[in-house]
Design a protein around this ligand. Sequence first.
Ligand SMILES: Cc1cc2nc3c(=O)[nH]c(=O)nc-3n(C[C@H](O)[C@H](O)[C@H](O)COP(=O)(O)OP(=O)(O)OC[C@H]3O[C@@H](n4cnc5c(N)ncnc54)[C@H](O)[C@@H]3O)c2cc1C
Length: 485
Amino acid sequence: MTDAAIVGTGPNGLAAAVTLARAGLKVSLFEKANTIGGGLRTAPLFDLDVPHDICSAVHPMAAASSFFRQFGLEARGVRLLQPDMPYAHPLPDGSAAAAWRSITRTAEHLGADGPRRTRVMAPLAARSGSVVDLLLSHQRSLPQDLRAALLLASRALAHGTTRTAFTSEPARALLTGVAAHAVGKLPSLASAAVAMLLGHAAHSTGWPLSEGGSARIAEAMAADITAHGGVFHTGHHVRDLAELGDIPLVMLDISPKEFLSIAGQRLPARYARALCRYRYGPGAAKADFLVSEPIPWSNPLVRQAGTVHLGGTHADIVRQETATAAGERVADPFVLVVDPAVTDPSRTSGGKRPVWAYAHVPNGDTRDPVDLIRRRIEEYAPGFSDTVIASRGLSAMQYETYNPNYVGGDIASGAMTLRQSLARPTVRRDPYKTPLPGVFLCSSATPPGPSVHGMCGYFAAQSALRKHHGLRTPPDLSPQEKELI
Ligand SMILES: Cc1cc2nc3c(=O)[nH]c(=O)nc-3n(C[C@H](O)[C@H](O)[C@H](O)COP(=O)(O)OP(=O)(O)OC[C@H]3O[C@@H](n4cnc5c(N)ncnc54)[C@H](O)[C@@H]3O)c2cc1C
């Protein structure tokens, strides 16, 4: 007999399944695609020996979150490889700003703004565990570390408004590039919180890549689930909750739009209306390239970076992101680029290597982004096009077809506005519990939101265990003797 069904096998569905299976429940997982993993898939797109990450590629939150800290990826053989320079930001005048793991080295490179940058990041890095736990919380309890909360609040207020502590372009653009990970209008309090979370993580737990690809993380989670009796059903698109029969507990790693579609008739009208009001943010359009050499960035500094932000100046990024959020197609969108082999040499084969890049575009955009992204890279790396052996584009709309959680290409499964950061997907005391008995939402449309951290699934499973099994203490997630490599 199945005790719990999990619909969707992204990092949050897997985290929910790990937690429930560890608590002794018999879990069955249902996944629309033929492979598990959601945003954690890796596949050889052009050459059998060159793996490409289809969605996520860089894992600052998997390195930091409380779920993965307990789960212990490294002890299970998943190597998180750390670039010494987590991210770089080339500027239109040929200069570049960069963040190293070392705060001191980062500051030295920023001249007069160096000490200011240290004053922003060093106190956060010193209390990194608390900062991460606060921003990756279910937001329904008081902060455990008030000092960390005050540090965050003061910085979010300063950097989420038009004021900025920095005077030089490199320091301003470096931070704004990280704020742009929130994918929305700039400046904003929500994007400033993201800038502080990701910005300080570069100097603490890092921005690692998973050796061999992001799928290694999903595989480690799946191995734990299987070892605890869980069963996977791939190629099963759940189109109606009734398909799950009388399984007493159902965890949904799906978007509010999909929830309305598979359960709409049964949902109380008020809750259904609230889900209809939930807003989706701008889309991502991705280009994958197979190339013959490392990206020829004209500024040599950028060649060491794990992630590269292409947005130009602070003012450029504010304009691009704000216009994109308003539904405008800008000619120079914000683009994130990763040349994974810079950090993980195992990604190359016979000199060939993958390049992962995506642009922020309006929600629902249907354009193939390959030429747009290639041109953006070429601006800062002339000659890049000559290294391209093969390419593939996925428009924002194609992302929704690939994975219904990415509504209109919104890879956050819901706009990261201040309101929706707190009330996700709607205002409720327990954001995971739905009005349907035994049915819980656990996708990134619940707190704490997007990224590969597993916390939405972990919190949703804890809520389900409390309410349906009276378990107040979460189960131990650490690798057991037989699972250690
Ligand atoms: C291009 C791109 C780049 C990204 N880069 C990063 C990055 O570098 N670092 C990072 O941390 N995050 C990144 N992300 C975001 C990250 O992938 C997501 O935040 C994360 O995967 C969300 O996890 P989830 O479990 O909530 O949902 P998902 O990972 O989206 O998984 C949901 C799963 O549910 C399945 N599903 C949905 N509906 C149904 C149904 N009705 N029946 C059966 N199955 C269903 C889907 O097929 C999917 O497998 C990126 C995303 C994209 C698309």
